[in-house]
Write a protein that binds this ligand. Structure first.
Ligand code: FES
Length: 151
């Protein structure tokens, strides 16, 4: 059985200081873990979002003049400023938007928020514009399709 002495030296040659040093390291590591465990909820609280890697969606057909192409995540419009990809997720409560060709606007089937082809909020309970996604044209001389970076 190991017995301590008043000087802290044990009969097996180890000292009480070794144990204290080990506990100090453990205590420091615990603070480190607690710091990071609390940091993530705090980061979410202050609305910190790490940048997401975009999902690249390939559209293998060209837009007709003033036309549109509906995909699962976005609607691609031909505008005077070039192709614009507008999210189909309503900024109110997340319903999937439909494009109404006669009215030339996106209308939410849930609570009737309305958005322009550029994603601008026009009416309804939604308070934010729709996100738009980066669009790259594909094809050498003439446009054969698009690559849309959906975030
Ligand atoms: S979810 Fe679109 S208006 Fe409410």
């Amino acid at each position: 059985m190991l017995m301590g002495t008043p000087t802290g030296k044990k009969t097996d040659g180890s000292t009480a200081l070794d144990r204290r040093a080990f506990l100090a390291v453990l205590k420091g590591a615990g603070k480190f873990v607690i710091f990071f465990v609390l940091l993530w909820p705090f980061a979410r609280f202050i609305n910190f979002n790490p940048p997401k890697k975009p999902k690249l969606v390939t559209v293998n057909r060209a837009l007709k003049e003033d036309g549109f192409i509906i995909e699962a995540d976005f609607i691609l419009f031909d505008t005077d400023a070039g192709p614009v990809a507008v999210s189909r997720t309503c900024t109110h409560l997340g319903c999937i938007l439909n494009y109404h060709e006669l009215e030339k606007m996106l209308i939410c089937p849930c609570h009737a928020s309305r958005f322009s082809k550029q994603g601008k909020r026009l009416a309804g309970p939604a308070q934010l514009d729709l996100p738009t996604f980066r669009v790259e044209k594909t094809g050498a001389d003439e446009v054969t399709g698009y690559i849309v970076a959906v975030i």
